[in-house]
Design a protein around this ligand. Structure first.
Ligand SMILES: Cc1cc2nc3c(=O)[nH]c(=O)nc-3n(C[C@H](O)[C@H](O)[C@H](O)COP(=O)(O)OP(=O)(O)OC[C@H]3O[C@@H](n4cnc5c(N)ncnc54)[C@H](O)[C@@H]3O)c2cc1C
Ligand SMILES: NC(=O)c1ccc[n+]([C@@H]2O[C@H](COP(=O)([O-])OP(=O)(O)OC[C@H]3O[C@@H](n4cnc5c(N)ncnc54)[C@H](O)[C@@H]3O)[C@@H](O)[C@H]2O)c1
Length: 486
């Protein structure tokens, strides 16, 4: 039976976009459905990854400038720079990225239907357009890549005036003097450091006993010191009871209690509150039940390793299927879903993917931590390089940071890389490549790398690590002659 398209993709975030591009390169007829009136690109380009990182770059530039050349007449950044300038910078980038997505889809002859897409059957998608009409399309395959949206707070409201969320923070008209961030995920830490860089006094309230618990302990300690130096106050294990605006004091009051110890009501006065408290999959109104698509206990769509749902011709990718809920992973998932649909042999997303936290300072990691190795009973050695000992770090005013290698003591095989400091999210890829080819730390010693670069940290950390192995009784000659044990 002939259908309108080979594939219909609902949602044009990184998962949907990459799936559309790969399908079109396979010579398939592709339709993407997007409910946003104006933009393609989803949370990735419009409200999440790209705009938050653009603001971060601008804030980092301001911080670097202030640190390098001194604060002009002792003025805080918010007295010298306008939020408007930062927002304009962000908007230009967002528009450019949007245009790129549009052009790519046009060049590759991908059709776009604007409106809310829902399943009408195993092969049928109905699109409710913005003028209220409905269109129906059929396809051999369907990809659901509708992303995620915030879980609203339970005991206060996001009014997008005093209390902001990940979208309305992108419209804030001034750099606030004080900001309370509620949440403790990656997003919360990133925004806390972005505003602290602009001179804002930031308090972060977390309902959990700890935050970013997946980080290597040493990296976490460095992060904590850095947050403290930036004047960011973190209150852990608290319950926010109320957020209200006091007209009398012209301040927003955030009332909270510790969940342990002293349970007295505490109050922070602030100009704005930024709520970043977790996200849920966008499945409402999709009619998943109509075709019997299974979801898990948190409503994420269940898929197998090929991104196929329990319905043979329907696939799902990106935030809507849950962990790791990253733009980086969503690109791979969407592309691989297309490969699997059209019978092109495809690798799975590798088990070990890098994580990038775009706080100031940046953090990135891949593989196991020193404490993971301990729990797993592995004999590992670590090698460290401090950015203050890297020529490029000092030249570029980036001497805060640490690169840590975790490797097998016997075989020297690289098992983990943990970085805090400038360009960490970029630097990690050298370690990732060595790891993915099963390489060992001697790679960083034996290969000539450009100098001066931040990559020198790998060489210094590798030397630091093998010196420890040597001191533990292994002959240096054996290490360098590749006589390490497998
Ligand atoms: C503030 C913030 C910062 C982030 N920073 C990073 C980062 O630095 N690095 C990183 O890797 N990840 C980051 N992320 C996560 C990243 O944005 C998401 O993992 C990624 O966008 C998910 O991609 P997706 O394709 O699943 O969905 P999305 O990008 O959310 O796109 C889904 C699209 O589907 C559309 N849609 C939804 N329902 C329908 C429907 N029924 N019909 C038609 N269209 C529909 C939506 O309008 C949207 O355009 C960040 C997220 C946030 C919120
Ligand atoms: N650099 C990156 O890769 C990057 C950056 C930002 C966001 N993201 C992704 O975007 C998604 C959303 O990130 P996120 O950080 O917003 O969500 P998250 O789910 O990772 O974290 C939310 C945190 O807020 C806490 N919280 C929730 N309600 C609270 C309340 N009322 N009071 C105090 N604390 C509360 C939760 O306990 C949780 O720890 C995630 O998938 C994340 O990976 C990625």
């Amino acid at each position: 039976m002939s259908r309108d398209y080979d594939i219909i993709i609902i949602g044009t975030g990184p998962a949907g976009f990459s799936s559309a591009m790969q399908s079109s390169k396979f010579g398939k007829e592709v339709l993407v459905v997007e409910s946003h009136k104006k933009y393609l690109g989803g949370t990735w380009i419009n409200t999440g990854t790209v705009p938050s990182k653009a603001l971060r770059e601008a804030a980092k530039n301001i911080l670097d400038f202030n640190e390098q050349f001194g604060d002009h007449e002792h003025k805080k950044p918010y007295e010298r720079f306008q939020m408007d300038d930062l927002l304009q910078y962000k908007q230009e980038i967002l528009e450019k990225e949007n245009q790129k997505v549009k052009n790519d889809l046009i060049k590759n002859k991908v059709d776009v239907a604007r409106g809310f897409g829902r399943l009408k059957g195993k092969h049928t998608v109905e699109v409710e357009t913005h003028i209220g009409s409905t269109e129906t399309y059929t396809a051999d395959y369907i990809l659901v890549s509708t992303g995620s949206s915030p879980i609203p707070p339970t005991n206060f409201e996001v009014d997008n005036d005093k209390v902001l969320d990940y979208k309305s923070i992108l419209e804030i008209t001034h750099i606030p003097r004080r900001l309370v961030v509620i949440g403790s995920g990656v997003n919360a830490i990133e925004y806390a450091t972005i505003f602290a860089a602009l001179g804002t006094r930031v308090t972060l309230l977390s309902d959990k006993k700890d935050y970013l618990t997946f980080l290597d302990h040493e990296i976490k300690e460095h992060l904590q010191n850095s947050l403290r130096k930036k004047g960011i106050t973190i209150k852990k294990n608290v319950r926010v009871e109320d957020v209200s605006f006091s007209a009398l004091r012209n301040f927003t009051e955030v009332k909270f209690r510790s969940k342990s110890e002293d349970k007295r009501l505490q109050v922070v006065e602030t100009e704005h509150v930024l709520f970043l408290g977790g996200r849920k999959p966008n499945i409402d109104g999709l009619n998943l039940d109509t075709v019997g698509i299974k979801t898990d206990d948190r409503n994420f769509i269940e898929t197998d390793d090929s991104f196929k749902t329990n319905v043979d011709n329907i696939y799902a990718a990106g935030d809507v299927i849950g962990f790791p809920r990253l733009a980086s992973a969503s690109f791979s998932q969407g592309r691989l879903a297309a490969c699997n649909m059209f019978g092109i042999p495809a690798l799975e997303v590798p088990d070990q993917i890098p994580y990038g936290i775009y706080a100031i300072p940046e953090i990135s990691n891949i593989g196991i931590t020193e404490q993971d190795a301990e729990e797993m009973g592995l004999d590992v050695t670590v090698g460290r390089a401090y950015f203050k000992n890297i020529a490029k770090g000092n030249m570029s005013n980036n001497s805060e940071g640490l690169l840590k290698l975790v490797f097998s003591t016997n075989s020297l095989k690289l098992l983990g890389v943990h970085i805090l400091g400038a360009d960490a999210a970029n630097l990690i890829h050298l370690g990732q490549s060595v790891m993915s080819y099963g390489g060992d730390v001697r790679y960083f010693i034996n290969h000539v790398m450009n100098y001066p670069t931040m990559s020198e940290a790998y060489r210094i950390a590798a030397f630091n690590g093998v010196n420890r192995v040597h001191k533990a009784g292994v002959k240096y000659k054996n290490i360098l002659e590749d006589k390490s044990e497998e």
